[in-house]
Ligand binder design. Structure first.
Ligand SMILES: Nc1ncnc2c1ncn2[C@@H]1O[C@H](COP(=O)(O)OP(=O)(O)OP(=O)(O)O)[C@@H](O)[C@H]1O
Ligand SMILES: [Mg+2]
Length: 275
């Protein structure tokens, strides 16, 4: 079931503000529709889960929303701005950052350097600034280093700052992905399975970090398979199945939705009950 809409409002009927909206997004690979009309709104300032079976098109939707990939049809709005098929650097300038399902650290660089390259609008990227405003460039570099160290401290990576990113464990790479995105001061953060493959203690910690980001005013959309995590930290849930928005709402309501249970929740509940 997709919602039939001709316009994409920046606010809902109850005046909920939407940080991000997509309407009728489609994407085919070699003729196969991976995303088939996905339509949903992401409420501002909340944590929203994007859930659904393997292959439902969740990562493809995030790729499209973040500008890593273009869509074949449909529209995307950030706030009230139509950003359909904008490249990722322009979408990032509007404050939307994302992390990847498989960590994409720059392995040859140190942990600290990974954050420094993620800093937005670096004065030193302009040759004019380098030659004519060297002190301003140096000052910004010092500020970026201080900010990066601060973020690494927050995410428990400070002691690893001079290690090569490729030497980190899987869990530490997940933390580095989030730290890099945070370095760009996002307003909207898309997280693709930020807790996949990490131990229960780290799942707990990452959940806490996500709630801290929400408290700081960041809107979060996260792909997540672990329903106890969704229950604990997500305010709103979007269910994607076969590239379409099957339902949206609170997880407790979705558990009562027969269509959702059949398409996804039943399978997940079974898996958690039987080991
Ligand atoms: N670059 C690509 N080329 C070809 N097919 C692709 C590509 N990316 C995704 N697909 C296909 O599109 C469908 C949706 O994939 P996607 O990765 O978006 O699913 P997902 O919901 O994120 O799944 P998972 O929960 O396993 O991560 C799958 O059938 C996948 O094989
Ligand atoms: Mg995926």
């Amino acid at each position: 079931m997709t919602t039939d809409r001709t316009t994409t409002p920046a606010t809902g009927p109850d005046e909920t503000r939407f940080a991000l909206s997509c309407d009728g997004i489609t994407k085919a690979f070699q003729g196969v529709r991976a995303v088939n009309g996905a339509t949903f709104d992401v409420p501002e300032g909340l944590v929203t889960a994007l859930i659904g079976p393997n292959g439902a098109g969740k990562t493809t939707v995030v790729n499209i929303l973040s500008g890593s990939m273009t869509c074949d049809s449909g529209t995307e709005h950030i706030g009230g701005t139509d950003v359909t098929n904008w490249p990722s650097y322009r979408i990032a300038r509007l404050g939307l950052m994302r992390t990847f399902q498989l960590s994409r650290e720059l392995g040859g660089l140190t942990v600290l350097e990974n954050l420094l390259v993620a800093a937005p609008d670096q004065a030193g990227e302009s040759m004019v600034n380098v030659f004519f405003r060297p002190s301003a460039v140096r000052r910004q570099e010092r500020e970026n280093v201080a900010r990066a160290l601060d973020i690494l401290e927050t995410y428990g990576l400070f002691h690893l700052r001079d290690n090569r990113a490729s030497d980190l464990s899987g869990g530490q790479k997940k933390l580095l992905e989030i730290s890099r995105a945070v370095m760009a001061s996002p307003k909207v953060l898309l997280l693709d399975e930020p807790m996949a493959g990490v131990n229960p203690a780290l799942i707990e910690r990452i959940g806490g970090y996500i709630l801290d980001l929400k408290a700081a005013g960041v809107t979060v959309l996260m792909i997540e398979h672990n329903l106890s995590v969704v229950e604990r930290i997500c305010d709103h849930v979007i269910v994607l199945a076969e590239g379409q928005t099957l339902a949206t709402g609170k997880l407790s309501d979705l558990r009562e939705n027969e269509e959702v249970v059949q398409a996804y929740l039943g399978e997940v509940i079974d898996a958690s009950t039987h080991g």
